[in-house]
Design a binder for this molecule. Structure first.
Ligand code: ADP
Length: 156
């Protein structure tokens, strides 16, 4: 297998309704772009109840499940797939801790949030979760396989 054929790592990122309402879409996309990751999927949608419940199924016994699902379905979100070496873990670092009050300054949640129920953005927490979430939110036809011409200046 040549280097070009090695499948690149991908992660699922969603700007939640609070991030969209607060006009943070451009700022958030900029952070992933300037880091050097590649955007391969992007859409704005109001998630259905069914989609939101599937996405957060792991939390269905938690006390905040109902409010979480009702918040996520309350307005448009920006769903994205980002690609690049180590993107799953790196995106989690760019996003910051779940509770914005514990998130480091310089992270998205650390810079823009104060409340765990309004923490602006979602990012897959592991490679396997990322693969499941990408296939839940996007069809293959909605994902672009492309390589930025700047790539040789980002990765040796
Ligand atoms: P993360 O989004 O950082 O991966 P989790 O998977 O633990 O965090 O939780 C999913 C989402 O559920 C969080 O982003 C947050 O919006 C919400 N959430 C988590 N814990 C709480 C809580 N104790 N109270 C209210 N909402 C919560």
């Amino acid at each position: 297998m040549t280097v070009k054929e090695i499948p690149l790592e991908r992660t699922f990122i969603a700007i939640k309704p609070d991030g969209v309402q607060r006009g943070l879409v451009g700022e958030i996309i900029r952070r992933f772009e300037t880091k050097g990751f590649t955007l391969v999927g992007l859409k704005l949608l109001i998630p259905s109840q069914e989609l939101a419940e599937k996405h957060y199924a792991v939390h269905k016994e938690r006390p905040f499940f109902y409010s979480l699902v009702s918040f996520i379905t309350s307005g448009p979100i920006v769903a994205m797939v980002w690609e690049g070496d180590g993107v799953v873990e790196s995106a989690r670092k760019i996003i910051g801790a779940t509770n914005p009050l514990n998130a480091e300054p310089g992270t998205i949640r650390g810079d823009f949030g104060i409340n765990i129920g309004r923490n602006i953005i979602h990012g897959s927490d592991a490679l396997e979760t990322a693969q499941n979430e990408i296939s839940l939110w996007f069809s293959d036809a909605e994902l672009a396989n492309w390589e930025p011409t700047i790539k040789p200046w980002l990765v040796e």
